[in-house]
Ligand binder design. Structure first.
Ligand code: ATP
Ligand code: MG
Length: 193
């Protein structure tokens, strides 16, 4: 049995709730068929997508990641702002932005190197940290894209607070018709100072 897995930073539930509140007007401004919104409790910061992993390999990875995580100190991240990849004009992924110190990229590189040592292919795209809050449907029309862009540009999402990153987590993700269901598997603590 393989586990579709990823490594992420958790977002505290108060911040998830603040995000949900701040994007409610945007959600209400668009037909439900255009964007699959991420459930508030599922919002997270992905550090590394692993794909299908055997339970044994995942346990090995968790062991290595425990050592890696413990070598990184806690750091803060400020959340806020809204945008879309690759652009608001051709939105595919809708996100909440973040501001993080270089420590976030150091953590991400450490996670990447740890995974690479165990044979997981490295991410080729540059790291652009964000919180995915919605995914635009595959079959949207040109006029839908204009509608999405207009709604995104009208939406105002201010500062959403600061979090303190103190651990890295491994989740499994079960793809289901109603949306992916995440299950927490491992928590690897960082070094508090
Ligand atoms: P769904 O695919 O049902 O819309 P999801 O994307 O949240 O939901 P997964 O596809 O299992 O669920 O992804 C889990 C996490 O890994 C998410 O943060 C997702 O953005 C990220 N992810 C998924 N596939 C990749 C990939 N190929 N490269 C980088 N990150 C990925
Ligand atoms: Mg996905």
């Amino acid at each position: 049995m393989m586990l579709r897995s990823f490594i992420a930073v958790e977002i505290p539930s108060e911040i998830q709730a603040a995000i949900a509140l701040s994007i409610a007007p945007l959600k209400n401004a668009l037909p439900k068929s255009l964007i699959r919104w991420v459930a508030p409790q599922n919002v997270h910061l992905t550090l590394k997508f692993l794909g299908d992993v055997s339970p044994a390999n995942l346990e090995q990875l968790a062991g290595a990641l425990k050592v890696e995580a413990a070598s990184h100190e806690f750091f803060p991240i400020s959340l806020g702002g809204l945008g879309a990849f690759p652009s608001t004009r051709r939105a595919r992924v809708v996100w909440i932005g973040l501001e993080a110190p270089p420590a976030l990229d150091a953590l991400r590189r450490g996670v990447e190197a740890t995974a690479a040592q165990l044979g997981y292919p490295a991410e080729e795209r540059p790291f652009s940290p964000h919180l995915t809050i919605g995914r635009v449907g595959q079959n949207v029309s040109a006029s839908d894209l204009v509608r999405i862009r207009t709604a995104l540009e009208a939406a105002r999402v201010g500062p959403l607070g600061q979090i303190r990153v103190g651990a890295v987590h491994i989740f499994k993700s079960d793809l289901q018709p109603g949306g992916s269901v995440y299950t927490h598997l491992y928590a690897l603590s960082m070094k508090s100072i």
